[in-house]
Design a protein around this ligand. Structure first.
Ligand code: PXP
Length: 247
């Protein structure tokens, strides 16, 4: 079964919009887990535009499954991670002007800096995942940097139309990079931009063990409630794994 981690950043986005105490991503995370999520992902950005340090600290106490902290490779956030000790840290690039994480980490250009961050986190007992573009060289570099997992950026695939030639091309890129990740002994994850329609073919890719999905689930939750939004995504992933998305 492909594990589903739910990214609750967008619950925090709604809260920060008005500087209120609600909706609380911690409460949302609890409901997500009750509805079948295998864990929770939260991105503590340097600019604190959505998740706050308080969220991460409380989630560490309340999440029963896996807690995955997404973060930039910056000392102040690494300090917080080493103190809070999530189950996993996913290192991502971060730009102030972006609306969401736009691309994968430059694992080759920033190898020394990333390697140092991975060592610090591992020494604190935290597993590390690297968020990379589905490219051969990036996929290969993840093992060399000491990560236990690579998460492939599915953003380019998600910008294509399902069933189109471009979608096929992007899936082939994901498949090729995924094979390199698995062959180098790392766990394979995928995420970014996945929704109820496009998730199936990615779930069906060989070796995919985990997905972090946020925006589509929180958006559907506004319409039908979180519980149902999580269950629908669980079903969409399972249909994909069975190959039923092709029917
Ligand atoms: N994985 C990573 C590394 C991300 O940065 C994000 C966005 O925060 C996600 C997954 C989830 O993306 P989305 O909200 O588009 O599902």
């Amino acid at each position: 079964m492909v594990r589903l981690l739910i990214n609750v950043d967008h619950v925090a986005t709604l809260r920060q919009q008005r500087d209120t105490f609600y909706p609380d991503p911690v409460v949302a995370a609890g409901i997500c887990e009750l509805a079948g999520a295998d864990g929770i992902t939260i991105h503590l950005r340097e600019d604190r535009r959505h998740a706050q340090e308080r969220d991460v600290r409380i989630l560490r106490q309340t999440v029963r499954g896996s807690l995955n902290l997404e973060m930039a490779v910056v000392p102040s956030i690494i300090d917080i991670a080493c103190d809070v000790k999530p189950d996993m840290c996913t290192l991502v690039p971060e730009k102030r002007a972006e609306r969401t994480t736009e691309g994968g980490l430059d694992v080759r250009g920033r190898a020394a800096e990333i390697g140092k961050a991975v060592r610090r986190l591992r020494d604190a007992g935290i597993e590390v995942s690297l968020f990379v573009d589905p490219e051969e060289k990036s996929a290969r570099a993840c093992a060399e940097l000491g990560a236990v997992q690579a998460e492939l950026h599915t953003g380019d695939y998600c910008h294509t139309r399902l069933g189109s030639v471009a979608a096929g091309r992007e899936l082939a890129r994901l498949e090729k990079a995924g094979r390199i990740v698995v062959d180098s002994g790392l766990r394979l994850a995928a995420g970014h931009g996945l929704d109820y329609i496009n998730v199936g073919p990615v779930a069906a890719l060989a070796g995919v063990e985990e997905m972090s999905i946020g925006h589509a689930i929180v958006a559907r939750a506004v319409m039908v409630g979180i519980e149902r939004a999580v269950r629908d995504m669980r079903e969409a992933i399972d249909r994909g794994v069975r190959g039923a998305h092709r029917e």
